[in-house]
Design a protein around this ligand. Structure first.
Ligand SMILES: Cc1cc2nc3c(=O)[nH]c(=O)nc-3n(C[C@H](O)[C@H](O)[C@H](O)COP(=O)(O)OP(=O)(O)OC[C@H]3O[C@@H](n4cnc5c(N)ncnc54)[C@H](O)[C@@H]3O)c2cc1C
Length: 291
């Protein structure tokens, strides 16, 4: 393992992306993944450990035209208590309410949950069904040393467990979530041995717009059933434009079970995960149909 040569805590975004441009940097936000993974030997901290917690540009939740922008440093507790999230994105608050303990929620950030890129990350499934995009900043390509930014749909961001399309010189600055349309409904479900304190064995997000009993703009996402959290295109197809009657609900739940390809691990067998996906998708849709 390379020994840490310097610990830096920049106070501005400009300083932080400048440090990243020099290379060999591990980003530290709340540290609730970085520290245990480093201690367990699963993460090698690079030459520079950069604590980003002092950077004001990465904080806060705000309405920004037709979207809600959540800064990467926003903690799970802050999301849970935010009035904009409660009003427009209750499915994200629901996921945060099933996230770890108070201590972890107070330290753990949204940017860290995305940066850790676990297939079981609890905010990722609701963010996928809310059609979120990530904002990335770097010094590369910015004219006269200015900051260059780019945005990418979250659905395209993850490439494998612990891996994303973020370049080494980029900092995740925020997540943008389009304001949901009228009639929008969204639900989150997480199953773990101890529902909040455990990492998900599976998680499910379902969203859509309901008008006259028919669902459109259907989005379905699953966690912990593949190397990354996934949008489930075939399950969405089974749901799109349909009335939520018994036959549709069974067809969607079966499509969900067929679409996922989980593994056996310490949390659950692949068979059990598939059955959970079927049964809980059905239960969520039953609740939506009755609401
Ligand atoms: C006891 C315990 C229980 C947990 N329970 C849950 C749970 O129920 N659900 C769940 O989803 N997670 C859980 N976690 C995992 C962890 O708490 C979350 O993933 C948390 O959101 C990580 O945020 P952080 O700020 O602590 O990230 P850090 O540990 O600081 O960073 C995590 C990763 O993201 C990178 N990173 C952080 N910020 C940025 C940024 N702005 N730009 C680019 N890269 C960045 C870091 O370099 C690192 O690779 C648990 C962890 C522990 C220790």
């Amino acid at each position: 393992m390379t020994p840490i040569e310097q610990y830096l805590a920049p106070a501005t975004l400009d300083e932080a992306v400048g440090i990243l441009q020099q290379g060999e940097v591990t980003i530290l936000a709340g540290g609730t993944d970085v520290m245990p993974q480093s201690k367990a030997g699963r993460l090698a901290i690079k030459r520079t450990l950069m604590n980003i917690r002092r950077i004001p540009e990465l904080k806060g939740i705000a309405l920004d035209n037709d979207a809600i922008r959540i800064g990467a440093l926003t903690t799970i507790t802050e999301i849970l208590n935010d009035p904009l999230v409660k009003e427009y994105l209750p499915v994200l608050a629901e996921a945060c309410d099933h996230f770890a303990s108070d201590q972890i929620r107070n330290a753990g950030t949204l940017g860290g949950n995305i940066g850790n890129a676990s297939p079981a990350g609890d905010t990722l499934v609701p963010l996928l069904v809310l059609d979120a995009a990530v904002e990335l900043a770097s010094k590369a390509g910015g004219a006269n040393g200015s900051i260059a930014t780019r945005s990418m749909p979250l659905a395209e961001f993850f490439t494998g467990p612990g891996r994303t399309k973020r370049a080494a010189n980029e900092l995740l600055t925020a997540v943008r979530i389009p304001l949901p349309k009228p009639g929008h409904v969204a639900r989150f479900f997480k199953f773990g041995t101890r529902p909040a304190l455990d990492i998900s064995a599976i998680s499910i997000g379902i969203a859509g717009v309901i008008a006259g009993g028919v669902i459109s703009d259907a989005r379905v996402a699953f966690g912990a059933v593949a190397p990354t959290p996934i949008r489930a295109a075939r399950t969405e197809e089974a749901l799109e434009g349909r009335r939520l009657d018994e036959a549709t609900i069974e067809a969607v739940a079966s499509a969900a079970r067929d679409e996922v390809n989980p593994i056996d691990d310490v949390r659950a067998t692949a068979w059990y995960r598939k059955e959970l996906i079927h049964n809980m998708t059905k239960r969520i849709l039953d609740h939506v149909a009755q609401a």
